[in-house]
Design a protein around this ligand. Structure first.
Ligand SMILES: Nc1ncnc2c1ncn2[C@@H]1O[C@H](COP(=O)(O)OP(=O)(O)O)[C@@H](O)[C@H]1O
Ligand SMILES: [Mg+2]
Length: 242
């Protein structure tokens, strides 16, 4: 579903990605981890064309992201993205937030968009909050709305960039629970996260990045059992120390 081949990217003189290659099969869940600044966000933003890259190729469902002829807004509408910060529109109700992109980007009629939005809101356990504004919801609830909003676009894959790292500890699990359900239902997912419990539970593979490179790309058991590189071992021992 997602193929990344020999991708390199520079910000001016600074090389942020170096020869990154990996693939995510349909229905696969791949967790991306690594130190801060290692290029994780940049890599997944390249996947849906939010960042450009100078070398290599990325295809999503056979569509080349870097090809100037590709209709990026259309591709993006099919790849759900959930960030650390929820980015809901504060002046719109939850229902309106859920319906907006469906009507504007997919051209769905308003009633159909609202119906779909409510169905997904129910799926993330928040139907009772449909009429509220984002500010009336907790961070965890807002993040679940953001996931529902992405799902309302019928994505062929979902990208997550540290979706729980801005949340208070007691809200992390409610978001991870939704992600675990998605994974179990067969959604293709690429998740930047340091929630190793989540990785252990649902990831098929774990990618470890350091200084713009993919240092490890291993199946989950291999990764947690015995990461090959010292850098991944050191990283794991730090985040699993407590
Ligand atoms: N727009 C930008 N211009 C210049 N450097 C950037 C920009 N965005 C990110 N970087 C740098 O690229 C590196 C990787 O960033 P990022 O992909 O956000 O890492 P991570 O998500 O792993 O923390 C960092 O050193 C960061 O400072
Ligand atoms: Mg990041």
């Amino acid at each position: 579903m997602i193929s990344i081949k020999n991708v390199s990217k520079w910000y001016g003189d600074f090389q942020v990605l170096t020869d990154c290659s990996t693939e995510v099969q349909k229905g696969e869940v791949v967790v991306v981890c690594g130190p801060s600044g290692s290029g994780k966000s940049t890599l997944i933003k390249c996947v849906n064309g939010l960042e450009s890259f100078q070398q290599g190729t990325i295809t999503v469902d056979g569509i080349s992201v870097g090809d100037p002829k590709t209709n990026l807004p259309k591709l993006r509408s099919r790849v759900g993205m959930v960030f650390q910060h929820f980015e809901l529109f504060p002046h719109l109700t939850i229902t309106e937030n859920l319906a907006l992109a469906q009507t504007k980007v997919l051209g769905r009629n308003k009633d159909a968009a609202i119906e779909k939005g409510l169905k997904l809101l129910d799926r993330v356990g928040l139907k009772a909050h449909a009429h509220k504004h984002p500010g009336q919801l907790s961070g965890g609830q807002q993040q679940r709305v953001a996931i529902a909003r992405a799902l309302a676009m019928d994505p062929i894959a979902m990208l997550f960039d540290e979706p729980t790292s801005a949340l208070d500890p007691e809200m992390i699990n409610e978001v991870l629970d939704v992600m675990v359900e998605l994974a179990k239902e067969g959604m293709t997912m690429m998740c930047v996260t340091h929630e190793m419990g989540f990785a252990r539970k649902v990831a098929n593979r774990v990618i470890f990045m350091d200084r713009g490179q993919i240092i490890e790309d291993a199946n989950k058991d291999e990764f947690f059992g015995s990461p090959r590189s010292e850098r991944a071992q050191a990283f794991l021992s730090k985040i699993l120390a407590h």
